[in-house]
Design a protein around this ligand. Sequence first.
Ligand code: DPP
Ligand code: ZN
Length: 864
Amino acid sequence: AAPVRLADYSPWPFALPAIHLAVDIRPGDVLVTSRLDLEPRGGAEALQLRGVDLEICSIKLNGDDVAGDDYSYRDQLLTIHSPPSKPFVLETCCRIDPYNNSSLEGLYVSGGLLSTQCEAEGFRRITFHPDRPDVLSRWTVRIEASRASCPVLLSNGNAISEEELTDGRHAVTWKDPFPKPSYLFALVAGELREIRDLYTTASGRAVTLRLHVEEGDEPYSTHAMESLKRSMAWDEQVYQLEYDLDEYNIVAVRHFNMGAMENKSLNIFNSKLVLADAETATDAELERIESVIAHEYFHNWSGNRITCRDWFQLSLKEGLTVFRDQSFTADLHSAAVKRIEDVAMLRNTQFREDAGPTAHPVKPAEYQAIDNFYTTTIYEKGAELIRMLHTLLGQERFMRGMATYVSRFDGTAATTEDFVQSIVDGAAQDGQPLGFDSERFKRWYHQAGTPELTVQRQWDAVKGELTLELRQSTPPTPGQTEKQPLVLPIAVALVGEKGRIGEEQLLVMDGDQASLTLQGDPGSAAPALSLLRRFSAPVNVQLEQSLQESLQLLAHDDDPFSRWDAGQRLARQVLLARASGEPDATVEAALIQALRQRLNAFDGGGGQDLAVLLALPGTAELEALQNPVDPPALYAARREWIAELGRQLADPLNQLLDVCRGEWPQAWPAGQGGRSLTGLAWSWLAAAGDAEARNQALEAVSGPSMTLARAALRALQPMEVDERDLALDRFYQRWQDKPVILDAWFALEASAPRTDGLQRVQALLEHPRFDPLAPNSLRAVLGGFTANVPVFHAIDGSGYRFMADQIAAVDRRNPITASRMAKVFSRWSSYGVDRQSAMRQAIDQLAAGELSSNTAEVVAMLRT
Ligand code: DPP
Ligand code: ZN
C-alpha cells in the first residue's frame, strides 16, 4: 500500500456535525446503525468513508435505500458516488463480530466484557466513518443488550435515558456535548462492579467519579481513585484547567494493546494500570499507575478538547501530555528522582530508537501504519521538546503560552506548529525578546536523530576563566542524511571542591558552533564542568572528563542530575572495560570508594536519591558505546561487577539493611527509598554469595510488601541457587489466581538465565495460566525472553529464530502487538558478524511469511 504523507493533507470535504449510533448487542454478533448528518463543503464529487470487516445490512440516504450502482465498498472504502450538494443524512446498518476479534482494535470481547479501542484507526471496524481526527462531531449513542449478560452499558458523555425492554433486554443512551473525533469514541458493555466517588472542581462543579472493575477486584481500586482526584486538583492548580462534564468513568480491561486510553469521559485502562495496593503492586507500579491515571486525565484538555489535525501531529497531544504527567509526578514526589528516571529511560529507549533503522522525527513525514508510531520518540522525545521550550521561556512565560494555546484552539484539531506558535506568542506578550529563534526551534519536530554535542575547553588559571567551544551535529538517520543545527538550551556551571562556583548559565546554542566563558576562581586548579544540568537538552555529550573531575561532580555538584550522571559515567566506564576483558582497577577502586562514602553517610530518609545514584546504567546505553555490541559480554560484566560491589561493600550494605528495615512497613509513597535500597543490597550481597541475604530475600516473597517480594525475586533470579527456585515457586503458588500479578512471574521465569532457557520459555507459552490473547502475558513471556541475554543472544541464532516464529504467530492474532515486538531486532547491524548474520536471517525468515501491514512496515524498516 502507498504510504500516507504529511504533505498530502487536505481537509475532509464534508462537515459531520452530529452522529447518532445505535449499537444492538446480540449473542452472536452486534448490529451497528449509524446516522451521519453530513454537510458538503464544496469540492467533493464522491463521499468516501472507511470501513474494515463490516457486513452491510443497509445504506440509506435521506431515508431512501441507496441502489447498488450508486455506491461501492472495496479496499476498506465505502464510496457514495454522487452525494447531494446540500446537507443530507446517511444511515448505514452493519453487522460486526466482536466475539472473534483478537486484534483488540474496534469492538472486541475481553473476558466476557465488550469494549472498544479506537485510537488510532479502530473506529472503522465498528461502522462506516471518515475516521480521521480532524472530523469532530457531537455524538449520541444508544446501546441495547441483554440485562443478564450486560447490566452495565457505558459510552462517552452523560447518560440521558434508560429503557427497560422486552425479553430481558435494556438500553442506555449517552450524549456527549463536546465535539470529538472518532478515535475518542468508547463503548463498554458487560458485568462490572462500580466504585464511586465524588470530586468538586475549583469552580464548585460536582463530578461523579466511577471506576468499573470485575467482581472481586473492588478492594484494589482505592489507589487509582485517589490518583484521579490528585490529578484533577493538580491540573486546576498548575494549568487552571478544570474538568468539564458531570461524570468521569474508568474501566479496567484485561486484554488491551496499550497502557490506557483517554476516550472522552470513559477512559479504558489495561487492568494492570488500575488494580493495585501495596500487597499486590510495587512502589514503582503504584507511581506508574498514578502517572498514567494523570496522563489520561490530562488528555481531557491536551488531546480531547484540543485534538490533532492528523496523525502526523500525534506528539501534539502525547509529547505535551507526557510533559504534563512528568511535571505532576515531579511535584508530588521527588523532582530530582523523577528527572533522573526519565533521562535514564530516554537514553535507553529513545536514543536507541534514534540510532537504529526505525528512527523517525517527532513529526514523521510519512507512514504505512500509524500504530507503529506510538513510539518513545513521539512520546518521550516529544516531551523533551516541550521541556526545552519551558527551559527557554521559564515557568511564567511558558504558562502564558499554554493559556494562549488553549484559548486559540479549544474545540479544534491543531498542529504542532500551532502549538509552538501559541507558546511563543503567549510568552512574548510581556514585550521581552523571546531569547531564541522559534522557527529554528521547530526543526526539532522534523529532524530525526540524537544530536551530538562536542565540547572542548580551556582553563585560564590567571584570569580564572573557563572557555568552552561547543559544536553540534546530528548523525544521519534512515532517509534523512542532511541535518541542520537545532536550538539547544545548555545549562552549565562550574563546581569546585566546595560546591558550585558562581551562577548557573543557560547557553542557547542555535548554530553549528558556539563558545562561552565561565568565571571561576583565579589562581586555582581547573574547576569541574557541570554540563547539561537537569539534562537541559536531549543530546549525547562528547566531553573528555578525568576520573578526578567525575568524582568531584559526584561529590559536590548541587544539580542532582549532574551528580547522578557523573556516577553513571564512571559505572559505564567500569562495565565497558570489564566487558572488553580489561577491567580498569583505578576507576573501580575510586568508584567503590565514592559509593562507600555515600553508603556510610546514609542514615535513613531520602533513600530514593541514594537508590538511583547506586543503580547501574541500562543495557541499551552501554550497547551504544560498544562496537561491535556483545550483549552476553555486557551481561556477564554487569553480573561480575554487582558481585564485586557486594563483596567490597558488604559491611556498609549490611548496615544499610538495618537502617532500611524500619521503612519496610511504611505506606507508599513513604518508605519507598528504604525498600529500594533493601532490594539493591539483597541483589549485590546475594551476587557476592551472601547466604543471609538470600535467606532474607526468600522470606520477603511471602511477606506483605510486593515491592520487597519482587526485589527479592530480582536479586535471586539471575543465580543458580536453591533459593531462586523456591522463591519463584512460592510466588507462583501465592498469586496463581491473579493474572495481573502472575505476569510478573512469567517475565521473571522467561528471563531467568538457565541452560535450558529456550525449552522453558516454550513450556511457559503452553502453561495453563498463560493467556496468549493478553498482550500483557505475551509481553511478559516474550519480552522476558528477549531480556534473557545469554539465551536470546545464543551464538547459534536459536533464540532469534524462536523469536521470529513467535512474532509471526502473534501477528496472525494481533498485528499491533506483533509489530512492536518485531523492533527487538532493530540493533542487528551493531552485533559481531555471527550474531549479525543470525539475526538478519531471523528477520528474513519473518519477512518471508505472510505479515500484517503493521508488521510488514517494521520488518521493511529493519531490512533497509
Ligand atoms: N492511550 C494512549 C495514551 O494515552 C494513546 N493515546 O498515550
Ligand atoms: Zn497519551
